[in-house]
Design a protein around this ligand. Sequence first.
Ligand SMILES: *Cc1c(COP(=O)(O)O)cnc(C)c1O
Length: 381
Amino acid sequence: MNFNTKVIHGGQHHEPATGSVNVPVFLTSTFAQKSPGIHSGYEYSRAANPTRQALENSLASIENGAKGLAFGSGLAAIDCVLKLLNPGDEVIAVDDLYGGTYRMFTRLFEKYQLKFTFVNFDDVSKISDLITEKTKLIWLETPTNPLMKLVDIKAVCDLVKDQDILVAVDNTFASPYLQRPLDLGADIVMHSATKYLGGHSDVIAGALVAKDRELGEKLHFIQFASGGILGPHDSYLVLRGIKTLALRMQRHSENGQKIAEFLQNHPKVKDVVYPGLASHPQHDLAKRQMPNGFGGMVSFNFKSGEKADAVKFLENVKVFTLAESLGGVESLANHPALMTHASIPADKRAEIGITDDLVRLSVGIEDSDDLIADLESAFNA
Ligand SMILES: *Cc1c(COP(=O)(O)O)cnc(C)c1O
């Protein structure tokens, strides 16, 4: 099955009792048994629920994995992966991680004696110097937020291929339409399904997909034992979102490219970061790793370098909504230094390149002419 078909049919069946074409929302905590211990495969909804399972099968299908798992948030999914590890184990992670991931690693899991090393993965060959016999997990995010830096997933997986080290990739920004980490050698894919998978800014949800069944069962045991599952109604919303993922990502990518090019030629704009521009330092890697397009996330700063210009611009967008989050059908604009990345100390922000005049756009699927006209009028305000 090809991807455009998988988003609709992958891992899906009509509901067997009635033939219902859509998976019903199974609002039940428990399931009747015929005789003690003899049941339909479902006992209690924390272990498995038919609506959640339909979503999990869909996730496994679209990421080309053996087992999918759906969680109450993206962070709950990451928490599950870290619980595979034991005290003393070491994790190597990309240095400009999603802030919530960084917070979980350093403020929750360091106290259980996990050791985290944060590094720039620009030169993958340098990573081998950091690997010790205690290294058990490499945590990647690509493209990163908000500076759209890429990591060569295949090069990292090749580097640790014969070692007992798992590679996990946060694939939230790309979605499986644009990038499939398991095909490149990764062991686990993670999503904030709140973003592109859900796609409509109406649900908080997370996902994991494991490449092989044994690892998938270990993760399922942790999910079952820790309890961070996604409820049936939210599972339905994400499943419904996935059906249009291919169409949406196509439009996000078309609009993202047009807006990046518009910004690149705008007299008030200094730098635009978008993997689809030839000026992106890793444009060649982007073409290899994201062959179907480059998505809807675009960041830029101002020639003036003035925070006031960025703020004024953001106060004047009308079709774009000034809000945190990303990946929905509607376009959003964000000021990382004052909003999503405000918890990062100012000197650290400066070091990474998150300047006070940086604006991040999540380009939606509206008409690109309307979006460009909106940006132009905000620049002129
Ligand atoms: C939003 C996000 C998360 C966290 O997901 P939640 O659903 O908000 O818990 C993790 N990684 C990335 C890249 C994100 O954008």
